[in-house]
Design a protein around this ligand. Structure first.
Ligand SMILES: Nc1ncnc2c1ncn2[C@@H]1O[C@H](COP(=O)(O)OP(=O)(O)OP(=O)(O)O)[C@@H](O)[C@H]1O
Length: 289
């Protein structure tokens, strides 16, 4: 991906598998968010393509969403004058079928779909621990809850791949631990998660695999234990070994026991998410891409 003479992302080739949490780290300006923007159709890559579940993803955000890729943003982008529930309902937009006329005239299909959307949105709020905040205006919610709400909105799409851009930015340690627990539960649903984060303890304790971008290129893509001990990573990004987890008393141990499953995203089974959330949503509530 080039911006004029600047190559922001260069020949990045990254596989992500179902049920896998992959961390994307790198110094400021390394190209992490640009990579997300290429994946989600917000930028049209100047070269290369995004393959998802066996097909080339067109660089169009709605089509990317319908295909099953959802994201959150580095800076919270909620609808501040809407309730938590309404924010999550918006996240299901790409999964609804009614057109503008049906909505304006409030025809039966629209009313049915709206009721179902409301119910599914409430279930995702419950999932992220915000079930009781459904009627709160999002702007009045605590910062950590707003970050959770963004994740709930992304989950409402019922994606196969969830992209999280610095989900713990600005969080206190307790909120960060809760975010880690939440992302682990999301993996339990069978989704693949790609997470950008600067908090190394968070990344190395959470992820199955970590890729480090430097100046737009992948420096290393390996299990956390290998990445955190790679001197090039320490030099390029960490700056000093004292920042690494495991070197301070309360730092969590890196989890390297769940290395990538062998199946690539291209073979993601149809309805893979449905059986898991089936008990949370009405039958037929999910339409696969
Ligand atoms: N729309 C744009 N136009 C021009 N240059 C851009 C644009 N978006 C990003 N860049 C440049 O591309 C490079 C990569 O930026 P990007 O935001 O992707 O990095 P990052 O790794 O996400 O950084 P950070 O950790 O600070 O968020 C930077 O040099 C940035 O200035």
């Amino acid at each position: 991906m080039q911006f004029g003479g600047l190559t922001a992302v260069n020949k990045v080739d990254l596989d992500i598998h179902p049920g896998e949490i992959v961390g994307l780290i790198g110094p400021n300006g390394a190209g992490k968010t640009t990579f997300f923007n290429c994946l989600t159709g917000m930028y049209q890559p100047t070269a290369g393509q995004v393959l998802f579940a066996g097909a080339v993803l067109p660089p169009q955000p709605r089509k990317v969403a319908v295909a099953g890729v959802a994201r959150t943003f580095q800076n919270i982008r909620l609808f501040h004058n809407m309730t938590a529930l309404e924010n999550v309902m918006v996240g299901r937009y790409a999964r609804t079928k009614t057109n503008a006329i049906e909505a304006i005239l409030r025809l039966p299909r629209h009313r049915r779909e709206e009721a179902e959307t409301r119910e599914v949105a409430q279930q995702w709020l419950d999932f992220v621990g915000l079930g009781d905040a459904a009627e709160s205006l999002s702007r009045n919610m605590p910062y950590g809850d707003q970050r959770r709400l963004e994740i709930a909105r992304a989950l409402a799409l019922e994606p196969k791949l969830l992209l999280l851009d610095e989900p713990t930015a600005g969080m206190n340690p307790q909120e960060t631990r809760e975010a880690e627990e939440l992302i682990t539960r999301i993996r339990g649903l069978g989704m693949a998660v790609l997470v950008i984060e600067h908090d190394m303890r968070f990344i190395f304790s959470l992820c199955d695999r970590v890729a480090c971008l430097v100046r737009g290129e992948v420096l290393i893509d390996d299990v956390p234990e290998v990445v955190q001990n790679d001197p090039r990573v320490i030099e390029a990004y960490i700056g000093s070994p004292v920042d690494m987890p495991g070197e301070q008393e309360e730092a969590p141990r890196p989890d390297v026991s769940t290395l990538a499953p062998s199946k690539p995203v291209l073979e993601f089974p149809p309805n893979a998410i449905n059986p898991i959330i089936g008990h949370r949503t009405k039958p037929g509530g999910r339409k696969d891409a």
